[in-house]
Design a protein around this ligand. Structure first.
Ligand code: NDP
Ligand SMILES: C[C@H](O)[C@@H]1OC(=O)[C@H](O)[C@@H]1O
Length: 260
């Protein structure tokens, strides 16, 4: 195990990549505070998702402590860190992962779609990184922050003009935070997933033509699974990456480098 006895916070941890990160961190020895958030009309789906995640972690013999809350709000970040302190005695690892991507064309982008996407993906990442870093600094034992950026930090998407800048922003946040927090022994890195099969892109990829096109562009010949990303997050959070900070790691099956 890479992370025996560590205490972690994972945002957006009920489904998809965040769920896989929560479970992998537990498999590697962490207890985990898990943040999630759903619209009221999705309550049943949400409750099932978080319950399944908790059950999986409990079966591994680790603790899973859920906290529902909108990560765009600073209040949620402070509550998450307070919960980790109260229940686990502190926080050693943060996986800042929560994100949304409501696909929309550029020229008629509603202000609300833009502002919500920036709020959850970038402002939310800032607040939780700041709150966790303050706790790690106070503890005096260092820590590791791994943010979920994206291949979309490096390349664009016509239906993602509100989204790709947030992922570039998360990448940049980790670079600057690595400098600010290095003196406290806190490492900050990001993962850049490529095309990973989760709910976020289910509708977009229901178009068979788009799916076939993407399929053909991935040198490793398959879409990624959430677990492909989670393993890299666990590595970056661990002492195996003890001299890695300010780095970004593509987890994309080679998609980014495949020009022709
Ligand atoms: N899938 C992909 O191809 C890629 C994904 N990414 C990034 O990976 C991250 C995870 O995405 P993915 O797993 O695919 O998406 P999913 O839609 O499967 O999961 C999103 C998670 O984020 C949570 N969430 C959504 N909004 C909020 C909010 N306001 N506050 C707190 N939690 C919230 C959801 O909680 P709930 O279940 O309660 O709704 C859920 O746990 C995102 O940052 C995304 O940008 C990056 C590159 C590629
Ligand atoms: C949601 C998209 O399918 C997914 O999100 C990303 O960040 C990737 O670049 C894909 O576009």
């Amino acid at each position: 195990m890479l992370l025996t006895g560590k205490r972690a916070i994972v945002t957006g941890g009920s489904r998809g990549i965040g769920r896989a990160i929560s479970v992998e961190l537990a498999r590697q020895g962490c207890d985990v505070v898990i943040n999630y958030h759903s619209r009221a009309d999705e309550a049943q789906t949400r409750d099932t998702a978080i319950s399944e995640t908790i059950a999986e972690i409990t079966a591994l013999g680790r603790r899973a402590i859920p906290l529902e809350g909108d990560i765009a709000l600073k209040r949620t970040a402070l509550e998450l860190v307070e919960l980790a302190r109260a229940e686990l005695g502190g926080v050693d690892i943060l996986a800042s992962n929560a994100g949304i991507c409501p696909f929309h064309s550029f020229l008629d982008m509603p202000a609300e779609a833009l502002e919500t996407t920036i709020g959850v993906n970038l402002t939310g990442a800032f607040y939780i990184c700041q709150a966790a870093a303050n706790a790690m600094k106070d503890q005096g034992t260092g820590g590791a922050i791994v943010a979920t950026s994206s291949i979309s930090a490096l390349v664009g998407g016509a239906m993602q003009t509100h989204y790709t800048p947030t992922k570039a922003g998360v990448h940049s946040l980790m670079q600057s935070a690595a400098i600010a927090l290095g003196p406290y022994g806190i490492r900050c890195n990001s993962v850049m997933p490529g095309a990973i099969a989760t709910d976020i892109n289910r509708d977009d990829w229901s178009d068979p033509q788009k799916r076939a096109y993407l399929d053909g562009r991935i040198p490793l010949g398959r879409f990624g699974q959430p677990e492909d990303v989670a393993k890299v997050v666990a590595f970056l959070a661990s002492d195996m990456a003890g001299y890695v900070t300010g780095a970004a790691l593509l987890v994309d099956g080679g998609l980014y480098v495949n020009l022709q």
